[in-house]
Ligand binder design. Structure first.
Ligand code: GTP
Length: 488
């Protein structure tokens, strides 16, 4: 009897300890991982349910305040320069010629039926590649082998398997067992980082509110409001719309207190930022291929950093990400990107320094398709030496990539601290590739947050993300309301 009682007590204690231990473990893991409370329908697993969701994110997820979506059927970017390459390629340093494009099983080696007649080495390289791709595109898209299982008897005989056109580029290192670092919650980032906008806050919020709150405004005061907005880089068009709307608001006679003034200003500014625009980043995979995101912009604006930060959010959201280091101009840029990849658990494809960026981009997409990743983020070089040089390079990158997959998103990264110049750069880029979104970086270092208004107005492209610091988690989705809140 006594023994039974003792045994009973012992068992009860053991069970109790197990419960306490288990709960503690779960809680501590949760704390580390910082998740969303509810998974969001639109950012959850891919709908196609294919085998690509081998989650390498270390099992953590960050329910994102970020909004990701799938690109449309057609290219999100419209322009399509004449497909035949020809006489351009002024710069391109040579890259090793690919030995085996001819080794295709069938189609005994006359891939470059049309263009390549005369070409010099560089052009040839790109054309061969494109030709190879073309024919690859015809054959392989459907070939998803149904038996991903391991032990097949003789995997040999597949007609088309390996001979991907894989161009010049070298490494396809995979992040082996990345020491993932923790990611801050992505939900509500802009609000949390609002303090970083303090300089703009003073420039727009404080002064305009001060004037509005002063009661009846004479023309001098209105002029002062306009000046303030122009100084904050809103630009003349947005400034006059905003002041016009403010006049209307005040004319209703409903603005009687400082709070009313704030509410009216907020309303007007948010309205001006077009909250209706689709700011989701088209980074979700398609049924048979990854999403492809091109990150473009001039040197030093924060492209590589942004690509890394974005990869981090995507990986944390359970996506498999492959980075393409198509900024081959500066070896350090690829190293930098590789470091990001290792940190966040994303693979990278990089070329030799000076390699053809289009080759690297192509190879990244090709590898991404082969590996079944969800999204390929391509960091490009932004040497704005001449517009035609940029045209050549970016145009070619996009063209070559599109032989393999639709480019879903072209994100232009702009440095908010350069103001006016940034806009000029933006316009050049917009002429070269159709932009689908803007990432405005370094908003933490400027009083000219008003540039957001202007960019959208002048480019007609939504600001989708903002950079608010150098830290790995200092990238936030752009939310008009939260942004204006932070300014006021
Ligand atoms: N303060 C601040 N610094 C940033 C932000 N985004 C990037 N940076 C910094 O800007 C510098 C340049 O960033 P990169 O990512 O190397 O710029 P890049 O456009 O890739 O430059 P290239 O590789 O030369 O073309 C780095 O020191 C970044 O840490 C931001 O939002 N705020």
């Amino acid at each position: 009897m006594d023994t039974q009682l003792i045994v009973g007590i012992v068992i009860a204690i053991v069970v109790l300890l197990a419960l306490v231990g288990g709960t503690g473990f779960v809680l501590s893991r949760r704390r580390r991982i910082s998740l969303r409370e509810e998974p969001k329908a639109d950012t959850d697993q891919v709908t196609d349910g294919s085998q690509r969701q081998v989650d390498r994110s270390g099992g953590y997820q960050a329910g994102s305040g970020f909004s990701f979506s799938q690109g449309g059927a057609g290219s999100a970017t419209i322009d399509r320069p004449e497909p035949v390459v020809e006489p351009e390629t002024p710069v391109e340093l040579e890259t090793p010629v690919e030995p085996e494009p001819a080794a295709e099983p069938e189609t005994g080696g006359e891939p470059e039926s049309t263009a390549p007649v005369v070409e010099d080495a560089a052009v040839e390289e790109s054309v061969v590649q494109e030709a190879a791709v073309e024919e690859a595109a015809v054959e392989e898209p459907v070939v998803e082998e149904p038996e991903p299982a391991a032990a097949e008897p003789e995997p040999v005989v597949e007609p088309e398997p390996v001979v991907e056109p894989e161009p010049v580029v070298e490494a396809v290192p995979e992040p082996a067992a990345p020491a993932l670092d923790e990611i801050a919650p992505t939900e509500g980032r802009l609000s949390r980082l609002r303090g970083r906008l303090s300089r703009s806050q003073g420039a727009i919020g404080a002064s305009v509110l001060g004037l509005l709150g002063a009661g009846d405004l004479d023309e001098d005061s209105w002029e002062e409001i306009e000046d303030t907005l122009v100084m904050a880089d809103l630009g003349t068009a947005a400034t006059s719309t905003v002041t016009e709307r403010l006049r209307e608001e005040l004319a209703t006679g409903k603005v009687r207190s400082a709070d009313d003034a704030r509410a009216a200003l907020k309303r007007v500014l948010v309205e001006q930022l077009r909250p209706d625009l689709d700011r989701s980043v088209k980074a979700l995979p398609h049924a048979d291929r990854p999403a492809v995101v091109l990150v473009v912009g001039v040197n030093g604006v924060g492209k590589t950093t942004t690509t890394g930060k974005l990869a981090r959010v995507l990986v944390a959201d359970g996506r498999r990400v492959l980075l393409g280091a198509a900024d081959t101009f500066r070896a350090a840029a690829a190293d930098q990107l590789q470091t990001w990849g290792e940190r966040v658990g994303a693979g990278i494809v990089r070329g030799k320094e000076g390699a053809d960026p289009a080759s690297v981009a192509f190879d990244a997409v090709n590898t991404g398709i082969g590996d079944g990743v969800d999204v390929v983020l391509i960091d490009t070089a932004g040497r704005l030496h001449t517009k035609s040089g940029l045209m050549d390079e970016l145009g070619k990158v996009k063209r070559v990539v599109e032989k393999k997959a639709v480019v879903d998103e072209v994100l232009l990264v702009l440095d908010a601290t350069v103001g006016q110049n940034g806009l000029m750069q933006a316009k050049v880029f917009a002429e070269v590739v159709s932009l689908t979104g803007v990432v405005l970086t370094k908003l933490d270092g400027t009083a000219k947050g008003g540039i957001v208004f202007r960019i959208q107005e002048e480019l007609g492209v939504p600001v989708k993300l903002v950079g608010l610091g150098e830290g790995a988690d200092d990238l936030a989705p752009f939310e008009p309301e939260a942004f204006v809140d932070a300014l006021l």
